[in-house]
Design a protein. Structure first.
Length: 323
């Protein structure tokens, strides 16, 4: 059996099991282009090693490709198509801490304006109004991209000024309050979105009317940041990500509360509840990303340094229960 046929059958079995397998399939076909359409029995350890070293500066991608190729070879070795394959020496995993990026207001405006040019450059299959509304919603509410693409028309309650947010993994639901300004923007969007004869009830769909998957949205955004040239200013690796809107929302809210002199013992747990997280531990990472002048008083509220647990405050727990 040749490599191309082996990849096709392997990917088909994965999809029959309900796995999308889009990115792994792309990696397998890149390996096919690297070694050519040879017989599976002719693939050598050196072929695999040279393919893996193409991403030697990205340890995570190296590990992903290693595991993917190992599963492919184990699959066909188990079926007797090839001999048990000897993989190259595996790298020692290096634990890395990725620091999310905090957008400033000028960069957010640049990204929002850039959505109007996506049709001109053909970088997305989304309507400009849909793309812009998604970015606005992510920054205004701090919800994740996965939560945003699951929203439906019935999830928005203008009377109570709330949105029902469903977490993709746990399927739990939380109702978050939204501002009057966001209500006005959403009303205008919904009037445009459902004014036509489209039957799909999702808030955000492609131009074809089909629901928008998270990975497609992330792909469109990756092309957008490169088109408008919004780069990281903190020296971090890579380009800003769509999920960084959640971090930006949290950091901007914390900074605003500190400037207003708000009670952070109350507001920080409330922020965690709003984002669907629990406890100060979950929002502590955002404290470290606030401006330097605010960092010292914020760290004093850390659960690891504070003397009193916020859960022991009865008034605070009653306040959180009303959110």
């Amino acid at each position: 059996m040749k490599l191309a046929e082996g990849i096709e059958v392997f990917v088909a079995r994965k999809r029959d099991a309900g796995v999308m397998y889009k990115q792994p399939e792309a990696m397998l076909w890149r390996f096919h282009r690297h070694v050519g359409d040879v017989y599976l029995s002719e693939i050598t350890t050196h072929n695999v090693a040279t393919y893996l070293e193409a991403n030697r500066k990205e340890p995570y991608i190296w590990q992903v490709k290693y595991q993917l190729l190992r599963r492919l070879f184990e699959y066909w070795a188990f079926r007797g198509v090839m001999e048990p394959f000897v993989m190259p020496h595996r790298r020692v995993r290096v634990r890395t801490t990725f620091i999310p990026y905090v957008y400033n207001h000028a960069e957010i405006r640049c990204l929002l304006d850039g959505t109007a040019k996506t049709h001109k450059y053909r970088i997305t299959a989304l309507e400009a109004k849909v793309f812009r509304m998604i970015l606005l919603l992510l920054y205004a509410t701090g919800m994740t991209p996965g939560e945003a693409v699951m929203l439906k028309r019935a999830d928005v309650n203008f009377k109570k000024r709330t949105i029902a947010v469903y977490e993709p993994r746990s399927r739990r639901c939380r109702n978050i309050p939204i501002s009057e300004e966001l209500c006005v923007i959403l009303r205008t969007y919904l009037k445009w979105r459902f004014g036509s004869k489209k039957t799909n009830d999702h808030l955000f769909v492609k131009k074809s009317g089909r629901p928008l998957p998270t990975h497609s949205l992330q792909h469109y955004f990756a092309r957008l940041v490169r088109r408008v040239n919004v780069r990281r200013r903190d020296g971090g690796p890579g380009w800003p990500r769509l999920s960084d809107f959640r971090c930006s929302f949290a950091v901007h809210r914390i900074t605003e509360w500190l400037r207003e002199g708000s009670n952070m013992n109350r507001m920080l747990p409330a922020l965690g509840t709003y984002l669907g997280q629990l406890g100060l531990h979950s929002v502590e990472r955002y404290m470290r990303l606030t401006p330097e002048r605010f960092r010292k008083p914020l760290l004093s509220l850390s659960p690891q340094r504070g003397r009193k647990r916020w859960r022991d405050d009865a008034n605070l727990m009653q306040f959180l229960a009303t959110l």
